[in-house]
Design a protein around this ligand. Structure first.
Ligand code: AMP
Ligand code: ZN
Length: 458
């Protein structure tokens, strides 16, 4: 089976065929580095890290994820904090990589910074001017959307309707309300570079077009990002790149993740509900956060709540519980492959809920298996699945000893079972049942036998 991916431009799931056999190029719009990443920003990082891991099973992948390190929000942060721009961007680049690393996000192959590609951006803008797709006006250079008939193709917008319904205040130097900035002038206190149009700085969209061209070529296989980037960012990247490259396609597949909300609300500074990964990883193992982010299909909205994390924790407790006490030799580990149905689920447009269900099928088999060799083989299969998913990387004992005694470590389970036995002998059956339910909610199944009560993780 070929890998199936949902392409935003075609609006449906399609078979994935890279431009060059055996090789895949992939670009993910990275963060603007002026503060810590919030949990919503982590969703594309984690989801497309998983996609890169999956593609690497079949292809030689070059995955680029950029840093936007020149932007008006960074300038504002610098003025507000009194710190130089370079200090701010360096600090938050480092923090981003640390925080994403804690979520099991592997470093991409290339991490280009916008400020290292100003020459490429200027060259691309010059080409756009020379070919009649851009014009200079009052120190700005603007992309002429009317020069590109396919404008709106990606986001399924009609340029005529957009112009007719436009309420944006039109800068006097723009030919059309939807023309967007490729280059803008900088005042002496703002970052700027010399250019044919005077000292200035690039617009946001041209940054990604220039970095993708430099590191991945004119036509890339996959371009990814959050849903909010479809318009205008990706529509504009597509317009610029195609026009600068004589009409060659820019990205063969466009992938967009759905948005993450918190307790059914949009995350926003004004609501005070912005959850930073940097804070969360101090309290919760990164693996739990990663699984929580992968718990919904990537194109669906994901509502984040305490329950999202608790449910991911319960799942990992069950998986590590199955692995506990099983010795897997290095040879068995090296030879193991993730289960075929799990890989098939991921290859079907990254169906992570189905993939997790398939992992639990193996965990349940392992719980039931009796022979040592069978248990070892099943545990090795689970670990291979974990390598692909970026999960189960810890020693199971360490996983449980890190447990803060919230009813899931062995000692707590044993003491709850003792409490239940005491309740039963006092004929307090409702208390006994409540303890059984509490254990079940944490994925612990108990069985009463002639020799007392035994337990295992379901
Ligand atoms: P930014 O730094 O704002 O450009 O965002 C970096 C990445 O995070 C982009 O791919 C955005 O689409 C994505 N993103 C931002 N907020 C959310 C959210 N609440 N849920 C999912 N993705 C988001
Ligand atoms: Zn971009």
């Amino acid at each position: 089976m070929t890998i199936q991916l949902h392409d935003t431009r075609r609006g449906r799931k399609v078979p994935f065929e890279p431009q060059h056999e055996g090789r895949v190029t992939m670009y993910l719009c990275g963060p603007t580095v002026y503060n810590y990443a919030h949990i919503g920003n982590a969703r594309p990082a984690v989801v497309f890290d998983l996609l890169a891991r999956l593609l690497r099973r079949r292809y030689d992948v070059t995955f680029a994820r950029n840093f936007t390190d020149v932007d008006d929000k960074i300038n504002a942060a610098s003025i507000e904090s009194g710190k130089p721009i370079g200090e701010i961007t360096e600090r938050f680049k480092r923090a981003y990589n640390e925080d994403m690393g804690a979520l099991g996000v592997l470093p991409p192959d290339v991490e280009p910074c916008a400020t290292d590609h100003i020459g490429e951006m200027i060259a691309m803008i010059e080409t756009l001017i020379d070919t009649g797709h851009a014009y200079e006006a009052e120190g700005h250079v603007l992309f002429d959307v009317e020069s590109y008939p396919d404008y709106g193709q990606l986001s399924r917008r009609n340029l005529r309707e957009m112009i007719a319904g436009s309420r944006v205040e039109v800068a006097p130097y723009k030919k059309s309300a939807h023309d967007f900035v490729l280059w803008k002038p900088s005042t002496p206190e703002l970052p700027g570079w010399d250019s044919p149009w005077g000292r200035g700085r690039p617009g946001w969209h041209i940054e990604c077009s220039a970095m993708a061209e430099k590191h991945l070529g004119n036509t890339i296989d996959i371009h990814a990002g959050g849903q909010d980037l479809v318009f205008p960012h990706h529509e504009n990247e597509l317009a610029q790149s195609r026009c600068a490259h004589g009409g060659a396609d820019f990205a063969r597949y466009w992938l967009h993740n759905g948005f993450l909300s918190i307790d059914h609300e949009k995350m926003s500074k004004s609501l005070g509900n912005v959850l930073l990964v940097h804070d969360l990883v101090k309290e919760v193992p990164g693996e739990i956060i990663r699984l929580a982010l992968l718990s919904a299909h990537y194109r669906q909205p994901l509502d984040w709540s305490d329950e999202t994390l608790e449910s991911a924790k319960r799942m990992l407790d069950r998986l590590y519980g199955a692995l506990r006490g099983v010795v897997v030799s290095p040879a068995a580990r090296a030879a193991a492959e993730p289960p075929a149905p799990l890989v098939a689920a991921l290859e079907d447009d990254l169906n992570t809920p189905k993939a997790m269900a398939e992992l639990f099928v193996v965990a349940r088999e392992l719980n039931k298996a009796e022979s040592g060799s069978e248990r070892e083989a099943l545990a090795a299969t689970m670990l291979a699945a974990g390598d692909l998913l970026g999960l189960l990387g810890q020693d199971p004992e360490a996983w449980f000893s890190g447990d803060a005694g919230d009813g899931l470590d062995a000692a707590t389970i044993e003491s709850l079972i003792a409490e239940r036995a005491a309740a039963k002998s006092n004929r307090d059956f409702s208390a006994a049942d409540a303890i059984r339910d509490r254990l079940a909610a944490d994925g612990v199944r108990i069985e009463d036998g002639p020799d007392g009560t035994t337990w295992r993780r379901a």
